[in-house]
Each structure stands twice: as C-alpha cells, then as structure tokens.
Write a protein that binds this ligand. Structure first.
Ligand code: DX5
Ligand code: ZN
Length: 219
C-alpha cells in the first residue's frame, strides 16, 4: 500500500508516542523523519536519541530524510539505530554511487531527495541503485510552506525516467489533499503528510487521515 508518510516534524512533540501508535494502527507506508543539521537548512530536527526512541515503538518503517551536508558520516549510526530508508540530498554529495553502496552495505534502502531547483534528470544513472526519490515541493527546512507547482511536471518526468524500475516517488512539502491527489495522478506513490493534511490542527489526526483516504478512493 502506498499513499502517505507522516512527517513526525509536524506532530505535537509532547504527544509523539501516542501519535506514532495511532498512525501505526491507521496504516501508513513509513514514518518520514526529518533530520536537519542547521547547515544544509537553517533549522535543527530529530537527532539520533529521539529516532532510537521512535524505533523502539514504531511498527512501520523509518524513512530518514537527511538534510545534512555530510550524509556519508551518518550511514552507520542510522543503520545501527534501525532506520530502514536512508534518504540523502543529491545536492550534498559528489559521490552518490559510493553513498548508495554504503547505505546498502549497512542494510538500509537508499533514497535520494532533490531540492525544487534540481532537475530530475540528474538521477538518470543512479535510479537502479535507489528505492525511492523524494521530490521537494518546497525549499527544505520548514513545514507549512507553499507548494511549488512546477513539482507536478517534475513528477511526470521522473515517472517516465523510472519506467519499470522499482523506484517509488515521494513528494515532500506543502501538499494539501487536492494537491496530494494531483501529485498521485502525475505518478507519485507517497505524499509526505504534514501541516496541510494529517496534522491540520482544525481536525483530529483520525479525521484528517479519514478525509485523505476518502479523497483517494474518489480519485
Ligand atoms: C521540510 C520537511 C518536510 C515537512 C513537510 O524540510 O522535509 O517533511 O515536514 O512540510 P509540510 O508540513 O509543509 O507538508
Ligand atoms: Zn522531509
């Protein structure tokens, strides 16, 4: 099942344990965990201790979105703390093949994220080594920003580049329910559930999840 990956950055951090247990029961693809180093993006998020604690209770896989200028340095520590997917930003490394190899040697699935200004074509030769591509629909660093509409066209181009390869497309940032549905029509598999969907504060998590699933059935 592919549809939504909740961004734990958007959850009420004090209630994180309950939120994780609720989401696991609802059925999600993976937990999207934003790791921010204060350098690649002007913000900090999710260190190793909290991720280890999340791993201790979460049933769904953990998808580490590494907004770090040194992705090579954290492969082993993230494997040891139980991350399932290790998603590096393509912009941060001159050696993406070596990095994918290291990620796989450490028992994780390799994924690559692209900033809004990075064309999908840069991934052409790397796709056979990737399990997922995260297309940023906002400049990374903060939740609650406006979705950049050229992302639709990038999803279509990436889908056609991927062809029959078993590579998923995840879209991250700014997606409300109508935008999420349109992204899926363009060929996305998973939408990061954040500020405008699952964690929309006007409704409960359960109602937000129901509304998302209902929209998916109606598309
Ligand atoms: C931002 C993060 C996103 C963010 C999602 O750098 O990568 O995962 O939480 O954004 P919203 O909540 O706006 O969809
Ligand atoms: Zn993210």
């Amino acid at each position: 099942m592919y549809h939504i990956s909740p961004s734990l950055l958007c959850a009420d951090q004090i209630e994180l344990k309950q939120t994780i247990m609720d989401l696991d029961k609802m059925g999600i693809d993976w937990f999207h965990i934003d790791v921010m180093d204060g350098c690649f993006v002007p913000n900090f998020a999710f260190g190793t201790d909290i991720i280890r604690a999340v791993r201790g209770i979460a049933e769904a896989p953990l998808y580490a979105h590494m907004m770090s200028v040194h992705p090579m340095d954290f492969v082993k520590p993230f494997a040891e703390l139980g991350a399932d997917y290790y998603c590096f930003h393509y912009e941060t490394t001159a050696n993406p093949f070596r990095l994918c190899q290291q990620i796989q040697d450490n028992g994780m699935k390799a994924a690559a994220a692209l900033n809004p200004s990075t064309p999908v074509e840069v991934l052409g030769d790397l796709l056979p080594y990737l399990s997922c591509v995260t297309l940023m629909a906002i400049e990374p660093g903060f939740s609650g920003q406006r979705f950049l509409p050229h992302t639709y066209e990038k999803i279509r181009r990436l889908r056609s580049l991927i062809g029959e390869k078993p590579v998923r497309i995840e879209v991250d940032g700014g997606a409300d329910i109508p935008i999420s549905m349109k992204c899926m029509e363009c060929g996305a598999d998973v939408i990061v559930g954040g500020y405008f969907t699952l964690f929309d504060k006007n409704e409960s998590l359960r109602n937000n999840y129901r509304a998302y699933r209902k929209a998916q059935r109606e598309v």
